[in-house]
Every structure is written in structure tokens, then in C-alpha cells.
Design a protein around this ligand. Structure first.
Ligand code: GLC
Length: 498
């Protein structure tokens, strides 16, 4: 199949979150399954200079954003059988931030138009156009509205429903090339909502875990879009993300002090080096916990701040927190780290290499999210043999099975309710088992067996694409034969459970 993806970020070119990691690895996994993969991205100023110097300038042309004629340069880059095209316009993309700029609507409307121009000029002729998150949410709408006459089917993946791309209604007339008949599919509560546009118009909607796909159908997780998601119940699926095991590999990761793989002694060596580096007591025994995260409320940090003092006073542990984010959390963690100098460190930056070393050094990885579409931290932790302690929500629930000491199953620890005491009790239970070699070895064995790569999930995306192509063929036959057929959307479909 010929698959063209559209997204706003992709590692190592630009990254604010997990979306970039998915774009760095899913296309590669699909290309390995013999599909033709193209990814179209904005050329953000964040692009590392060593990559910029390798880009090939293909052409430049004009893109119209209503009455504004804008320059668009097109660059290409190829790696792992995936072709990346970068949309260049310094006015729109040479910015300090990828999002959160006052003219975000115009920037990503421009990107949408430039995306279609690129597809036509390069005659990419896709079977499937796969869009990710609100920044590309207009693409399915433009196709349904016939602004661009492609027959391709669209897949839209929600990585986080909370960020919807909400803009004033005036943007419709000022920037969009759409007839007013299409306003309804884009409008929500008196604003334009790019996420809604995609949910309503994509041929298939996916999100990044089966549990999150179910959760967002109700008001608690639905972020006001549950009604529109429910309308798509027959064409929505949850597919868990994988990680690129060649990038995250404790046996060959150059960041890791002592390479190891399924080897507890090697891991302990990394812990010793990290303890020395952070000026913590050097001890194999004391369990080391890490939390590596954007410091925002939805990651469940209020639960942690609530129990932090009690945890550090009552338990003999070491805790390292790494990340940046909301001031309230940064200040609390700074204060706690100062107070508990023997046992707690707060690293108030995000540093990729150091993050890898913390995964490698730690015994436990904390992720008590309030909601979590998929979560990659827990998968990376499993790969580095650090035991996740998570809240049972979204992808955390689908990837971490709580250890059951009676049947010996489970690759981590989890709690159900968003409750600080439950979190604390789960941590205490985990510490209790950490000191029992029979259980600890069982948990480690289960962790070693966890399936983390893209193999299975890429095949589920393939199934979605194939189903849509069947539908496309049936529609074409219909036009050709003028005889009625039963469309795939009328058939019974269901959430794909991993
Ligand atoms: C978003 C979600 C996260 C998910 C990632 C990649 O960042 O918050 O849970 O893993 O996207 O899909």
C-alpha cells in the first residue's frame, strides 16, 4: 500500500512529546512490511543542523491561504525506507515553539494546504492518508469536502484528546477554503475545533490503546467530544504504540554506562554509577525509583506530591525525578529534594541521554497518570528492566499487568482509583516484593518477556488500511457497475483489542 502520513512532529527532527516517537518508529515498521511510506512534516526551526545539512531541496511553489500567497519550499530526506518531506516557510515555522503561538490556526492551515500541494505536485497518489492529532485534523475534512479530488481513504489517530486545536469562528472565513455548508462539521461550542473535524470526517479513527478508545466514549475522558466519538463507534479502534527496540536497547545504548540485557548484575552496576554521580548512598539494596515526565497535572503528579513526604520519611528508598513543566510541581520537587538530601534528587531539565541512564539505573518507574492515551515511558522502562508502577488507565492498563503473587503473572504494579493512598500502598507492596527474591525474579522474567516492538501493532494498522481499501474498491465498483453493494461501514465492526 501507498501510505502518506501527515504530522506536526517527528523525532529526531522535532519533538515535544510521544507523538514524535511514534512518527519516528511506526512508519519504519510499516515500511519493513513492504509498504511505501511517506511522511510530510513542517520544517520547524528545531531541526538539528546535522540533519538540515543532509536535506535535499526539491522545489518551491506558492501556497494560497485564502487571499495570501505564501512561499513553500519542499525538502526531502530518506532513512530506513521512509521518505520524509519537509514543508518550509520560515514565517510560519521558524518559531520558538512548535505550538502555542498566537497564529497557530494560520500556521497549520498553511501546513494543510502545503500538504495537499505536495501530494499533487509530487504525484504521490496515496491509497491511505494517515493524519495525527489536531494539527492535521483539517485534512480529512478537505478530502470529504472535495477541496482536493483524491480518492485516498483517511485514517486519523488521536494521540491525546485533550489538545484539540480550538480557534475563533472567524478563522473559517479568514483562512479556510471551504463552503459554509462545512462549518457544522468543524464547529463546537461556538469555536472551530480541528480535532472534531477529523473525528467527524476521517474514514477511520484510531487512538493509541484499546482502553483509551473505550474511555473516551464517556464524559470523564471524552473532553467534550464523546458524542462525536460515539457516532463513530463502528469505525474507531485502539492500537497500542510500540517502541523502536533498536533505539531503546540497554545492550547497545551508548548513553548507558554499562551495557546489559536480561542481566540483573549489569543493571545494578548502572545503579551504582548513578548513585555516585548523584551523590546518593551507594547501595545495591536500596530500591531506586524514578519519575521521568513532563511535569503536568494529567501525569498524576498531585498524587505524588501528596504522598512524597510520607514516602520518603517512612521508606528506605531513593527517588529521582526528572522533567520540566508547571511551576507548582517544579517548586514542590525542589523543596522536597532540598529537605531529603539523602534520598531525593530533582533534575529540572529534560536530557535524553541522562533519561536513558536513569531508566537503566532504576529499579522502579513511577507513572500514576490521571489519563494516559498510551504512554511510552512505561514501555521504555520495561525495555530497561525497570519495573513500572502505574495507574490503570489508557495504555498503562493495556501494557502493564499487575504482579499476582499467587500465580506469578504480571510485569509491574498498578492501582485502579485516582487516589494518593492507593498509590502509596502500591509502592509499599512493590517494595515488599522487591526484597523477596522468588517474587522479584518472577517479575523480572515477566518483564523480559514483555512485547514492546511494533510488530503486532503495525499489523493492526495494516488491517485498518486494508479494510478501508476494500471499501474504496467496492465504491469504485459501485460507480463502475451502477449496482448497489453493501458497504464495509454497514458491516459489524468492533474495537480492535490487542
Ligand atoms: C501523547 C499521549 C501519550 C502517547 C503519545 C504517543 O503524548 O499523551 O500517552 O503515548 O501521545 O501516542
Amino acid at each position: 500500500m501507498n501510505i502518506v502520513m501527515a504530522a506536526s512532529e517527528c523525532a529526531p527532527f522535532s519533538k515535544t512529546g510521544g507523538l514524535a516517537d511514534v512518527l519516528a518508529s511506526l512508519p519504519k515498521a510499516l515500511a519493513q512490511r513492504e509498504h511505501k511510506l511517506t511522511v510530510i512534516l513542517p520544517k520547524h526551526s528545531a531541526l538539528p543542523s546535522e540533519i538540515v545539512s543532509q536535506l535535499e531541496h526539491l522545489c518551491s511553489f506558492s501556497v494560497w491561504v485564502k487571499w495570501r500567497e505564501q512561499y513553500c519550499g519542499l525538502f526531502s530526506y530518506e532513512t530506513s525506507d521512509v521518505t520524509y518531506y519537509f514543508i518550509d516557510n520560515e514565517y510560519y515555522f521558524r518559531r520558538a515553539h512548535l505550538y502555542g503561538e498566537p497564529d497557530d490556526a494560520e500556521r497549520y492551515v498553511f501546513f494543510t494546504h502545503a500538504f495537499f500541494e505536495t501530494v499533487s505536485r509530487l504525484q504521490l497518489d496515496p491509497d491511505i492518508i494517515h493524519c495525527h492529532d489536531w494539527q492535521t485534523g483539517l485534512i480529512p475534512l478537505y478530502l470529504k469536502a472535495n477541496v482536493y479530488p483524491y480518492k485516498a481513504k483517511t485514517v486519523y489517530t488521536i494521540h491525546n484528546l485533550k489538545y484539540q486545536g480550538i480557534f475563533p469562528l472567524s478563522v473559517f472565513d479568514e483562512l479556510l477554503h471551504l463552503d459554509s455548508i462545512h462549518l457544522g462539521g468543524l464547529e463546537l461550542n461556538g469555536s472551530l475545533n480541528f480535532m472534531k473535524a477529523a473525528i467527524v470526517h476521517a474514514d477511520w479513527v484510531t487512538t493509541v490503546s484499546p482502553t483509551y478508545a473505550n474511555e473516551i466514549l464517556g464524559p470523564y475522558y471524552g473532553e467534550g467530544l464523546e458524542r462525536y466519538l460515539l457516532e463513530r463507534i463502528n469505525s474507531i479502534s485502539g492500537i497500542v504504540n510500540g517502541i523502536d527496540e533498536t533505539v531503546y536497547n540497554p545492550a547497545s545504548d551508548l548513553n548507558v554506562s554499562v551495557p546489559y540485557f536480561k542481566n540483573y548484575a549489569g543493571k545494578k552496576e548502572n545503579k551504582r554509577i548513578m548513585q555516585q554521580e548523584l551523590d546518593l548512598t551507594v547501595s545495591k539494596e536500596i530500591p531506586m525509583f524514578v519519575l521521568i515526565s513532563r511535569l503536568v497535572e494529567e501525569k498524576g503528579l498531585p498524587l505524588l506530591t501528596h504522598i512524597l513526604e510520607e514516602l520518603l520519611i517512612t521508606e528506605d528508598i531513593q527517588l529521582v525525578i526528572m522533567g520540566t513543566g508547571e511551576t507548582q510541581f517544579e517548586e514542590t520537587f525542589q523543596h522536597i529534594a532540598q529537605r531529603f538530601q539523602d534520598s531525593c534528587r530533582f533534575i529540572n531539565v529534560f536530557h535524553e541521554g541522562l533519561a536513558h541512564r536513569l531508566y537503566a539505573a532504576s529499579d522502579f518507574f513511577l507513572m500514576p497518570s490521571r489519563f494516559e492515551p498510551c504512554g511510552l515511558g512505561q514501555l521504555i522502562a520495561l525495555r530497561y528492566e525497570s519495573i513500572p508502577i502505574v495507574r490503570e488507565t489508557g495504555g498503562l492498563k493495556d501494557t502493564i499487568k499487575p504482579y499476582n503473587e499467587f500465580n506469578g503473572e504480571g510485569n509491574g504494579f498498578s492501582f485502579t482509583n485516582y487516589n494518593a493512598n492507593d498509590f502509596l500502598n502500591t509502592i509499599r507492596y512493590a517494595i515488599h516484593l522487591y526484597y523477596q527474591p522468588t517474587h522479584w525474579n518472577r517479575i523480572l522474567k515477566n518483564v523480559y518477556k514483555s512485547k514492546l516492538n511494533w510488530d503486532h501493532s503495525a499489523s493492526l494498522y495494516e488491517e485498518v488500511y486494508e479494510r478501508l481499501l476494500m471499501q474504496l474498491n467496492e465504491e469504485e465498483n459501485y460507480v463502475h457497475d451502477h449496482r448497489p453493494i453493501k458497504s464495509v461501514t454497514q458491516r459489524e465492526t468492533h474495537l480492535i483489542i490487542r
